[in-house]
Design a protein around this ligand. Structure first.
Ligand SMILES: [Zn+2]
Length: 222
């Protein structure tokens, strides 16, 4: 029986890499995966080319763009793929998560969604809230804070280097504006307005594990 899967994490934990690996596994077995990613200007900027899911370790695949007007049931049921993979799943609407659940339950096609759990203020994204509520299987993809603890939160840094305490959930800007932190250092950063640990971003990145470890679907076990 097919299932609805939700793989969530904070920024830079290798979600796109995990998605592309899963797609590759299907293709290798002669099966047809159907890939979707969100059509948002900032996301296109983060991931480079439009209509593509690209991972930071250099692999990519073409994907169908979805926006708020996409009906996943209509888009998928006409194609009958062996599985559906959705990147940037935090941007799904509640209705779209319901459509994906319908694909699982009525067409018996497994759907794997990959997305951020919370935004830069620690609030759930709508798509992630619906997926946390309705997915059959929920898996956390892990990355670490500069302190070595598991990073579960993310802050957004403005052009002046200060941590943002307000603003829209979705904003133009690349990966480098988002810094993953453990909850303690997320709260410290949000309170002080400066990234915790007194680290500048480049130092913070060098304190993170090697890409291979970070991008493993399992990730560091903590
Ligand atoms: Zn920390």
């Amino acid at each position: 029986m097919a299932k609805l899967y939700f793989y969530y994490s904070t920024m830079n934990a290798g979600k796109s890499t995990a998605l592309l690996q899963a797609a590759h596994n299907y293709v290798e077995r002669g099966m047809k995966p159907m890939l979707f990613t969100a059509l948002l200007d900032d996301v296109a900027q983060i991931h480079g080319e439009k209509g593509k899911i690209a991972s930071r370790i250099g692999i990519s695949s073409s994907a169908i763009h979805y926006d708020q007007g996409t009906n996943f049931w209509t888009a998928i049921s006409g194609n009958v793929p062996n599985c559906v993979l959705v990147d940037e799943a935090q941007f799904l609407s509640r209705e779209q998560v319901q459509q994906l659940a319908q694909v699982v339950d009525e067409a018996n096609i497994p759907v794997m969604c990959y997305g951020l759990r919370t935004d830069f203020l620690g609030e759930l994204f709508p798509g992630s809230a619906a997926l946390l509520a309705w997915a059959d299987t929920i898996t956390e993809l892990k990355t670490i804070c500069f302190c070595g603890h598991k990073a579960t939160m993310v802050v957004r840094v403005a052009a002046d280097g200060f941590v943002e305490r307000e603003g829209s959930q979705v904003e133009i800007g690349g990966n480098e504006r988002y810094i993953p932190f453990c909850r303690k250092h997320f709260n410290e950063s949000l309170k002080s307005g400066l990234c915790a640990g007194g680290t500048i971003r480049s130092q913070q990145r060098s304190a993170l594990p090697e890409q291979d470890e970070m991008d493993s679907p399992i990730g560091p076990q903590r």
